[in-house]
Ligand binder design. Structure first.
Ligand SMILES: [Zn+2]
Length: 502
């Protein structure tokens, strides 16, 4: 991996991690140390951030890139990948790592475990049966997924995968697995508050466990829950380990919503509009794949204005008859008749009340004018008696366009006041509402609906991403409308009529 020349200068211990980076020779370390006057890794990181690494004579751009990557300083907005892609790549990597006999446990950590909507790199923690890691590091370097190694250490390997994502794999024995998991899951801010809380109680907390500061004795570290128990606080779900709230506030959050609690998917597109699958095919697939669903809502785009990939209003009757026919065959009303209608420039839905009234569920969405302030359009749509839910309320497309400007407090007030649900759209490039807006909406008492917005069968899994956003927004079952039965949905619709009348 690197050339250890005869007469190469010794690497001072505090700079040892530099020497473990690919293509960095002891001479390079010496050059960095002497030319930048650095004596610790902290100094090196400061020098990288200040752009001084580039001034070291003799360092090549590729070497600088490796150093930046090894210290996770290679991040830019566009080097982040959507959570969905990172999850798929991370899970594939976990499966590959679990094949090695010395790996007892493998789990995702970092922002991937916290389910942030975009991910910088894939962090993984392995529990190993043996203390000697050299053989395993050698095997990891030769996995099919590995393109090249960036850096290795006694308990760490950093690599670039063939899909160009960076993976940081940490190693721990059973005794320290929980402590390492807590440490590497982060976030940094959360870790720091936990550390100071531990210090107040006389403990030191780090990847090597919870240690009694007076006696130096190891107190806990096998499981994350052991550490929380010793600190006298409840376990905190990874999705909540950010810096938004105080420790005390985090303790009072009720159990978070889970995918298994969802009773239906309420935005689905079929081959009647812009989807690829038939209604019957979708019903067959979902009733087998997600048996806990009690209902699904078909919500094709119905429009007289858009030329392509929509259902003309004249065909709504035909689609309704098809749904009735399939429900009859299934023996119960599994498939509900819904629609996604455009919110026009003036905030009115495109479809007339007589059309909207035929549906079991009406989603109104903004599909035009993404740059203007859309507060008035969103409020007007909430006030419409035939609209049950606002689809992808903020209009953001991750990596493409930010949410449109809106006074979200006013929008959430309107949704709560009119009994209109807001969507958590689970498409990987939408995740809309995002975690922060979800948190604000539920605080105002707004009900949310987690939908796949599927166009094809593989999209139905996206709902798990929407559940992650809901969990990051501290939602419990009661905040999510589609954890309820269809009777609950009907009651929600009836309540809206009541609220508008009062
Ligand atoms: Zn839409």
């Amino acid at each position: 991996m690197k050339s250890h020349l005869k007469n190469s200068p010794p690497i001072p211990a505090p700079l040892a991690p530099l020497g473990r980076i690919r293509d960095i020779t002891p001479r390079d370390v010496q050059a960095i140390q002497q030319q930048l006057g650095v004596n610790s890794i902290k100094d090196v990181i400061t020098a990288i951030i200040n752009g001084r690494l580039e001034t070291v004579e003799g360092l090549k751009p590729a070497q600088i890139k490796n150093i930046r990557r090894a210290f996770k300083l290679n991040k830019t907005a566009d080097s982040r990948v959507p959570l969905w892609d990172a999850r798929l790549a991370g899970e594939e990597l976990l499966r590959a790592l679990c094949q090695f006999p010395e790996v007892e446990k493998a789990t995702l950590t970092g922002s991937l475990r916290r389910s942030k909507d975009t991910i910088g790199d894939i962090d993984i923690l392995l529990q190993l049966s043996e203390a000697d890691h050299r053989k395993l590091l050698y095997k990891i370097a030769r996995m099919a997924q590995t393109e090249r190694i960036i850096a290795t250490g006694p308990h760490h390997i950093c690599l670039i995968l063939r899909n160009q994502l960076q993976a940081d794999i940490r190693l721990a024995t059973r005794k320290y697995f929980g402590a390492s998991l807590l440490y590497y899951t982060g976030s940094t801010q959360y870790g720091d508050s936990l550390k100071s809380m531990a210090a107040q109680k006389g403990f030191r907390l780090g990847p090597l466990g919870l240690v009694d500061m007076q006696t130096g004795e190891y107190v806990a570290g096998e499981q994350e829950t052991d550490i929380y128990h010793q600190l006298g606080i409840g376990y905190l779900e990874p999705e909540l380990r950010e810096d938004h709230q105080s420790m005390a506030a985090l303790q009072s959050i009720p159990p978070l919503v889970s995918f298994s609690q969802l009773k239906g998917d309420m935005q689905i597109h079929t081959n009647w509009s812009d989807g690829t699958e038939s209604i019957a095919g979708i019903a067959r697939y979902l009733s087998h794949t997600f048996p806990h669903y009690q209902y699904i809502v078909i919500t094709d785009h119905v429009s007289a204005k858009r030329p392509n990939h929509v259902l003309p209003p004249a065909d709504v009757f035909r689609q309704a008859a098809e749904i009735d026919r399939i429900n009859d065959q299934m023996g119960f009303g599994y498939i509900k008749k819904g629609v996604e209608t455009d919110i026009l420039e003036n905030g009115e839905p495109e479809l007339a009340p007589e059309v909207l009234q035929q549906f079991d569920w009406v989603i109104a969405s903004i599909h035009t004018d993404f740059t203007r302030d859309n507060t008035d359009r969103l409020i007007k749509a909430c006030e419409n008696p035939y609209v049950h839910c606002i689809g992808h309320p903020s209009g953001r497309m991750i990596g493409m366009r930010p949410p449109y400007p809106a006074d979200w407090n006013a929008v959430f007030d309107a949704a709560a006041r009119t009994g209109t649900a807001l969507e958590i759209n689970s498409r990987p490039n939408r995740l809309d509402l995002n975690d922060e807006l979800v948190r604000k909406a539920v605080r105002k008492g707004v009900k949310l609906v987690i939908n796949s917005d599927a166009r094809t069968l593989s999209h139905f899994d996206f709902v798990k991403l929407g559940v992650s956003m809901a969990r990051r927004g501290a939602c419990s079952k009661k905040d999510i409308l589609n954890t309820g039965s269809w009777e609950d949905i009907e009651a929600f619709k009836a309540a809206k009529q009541q609220l508008l009348r009062s």
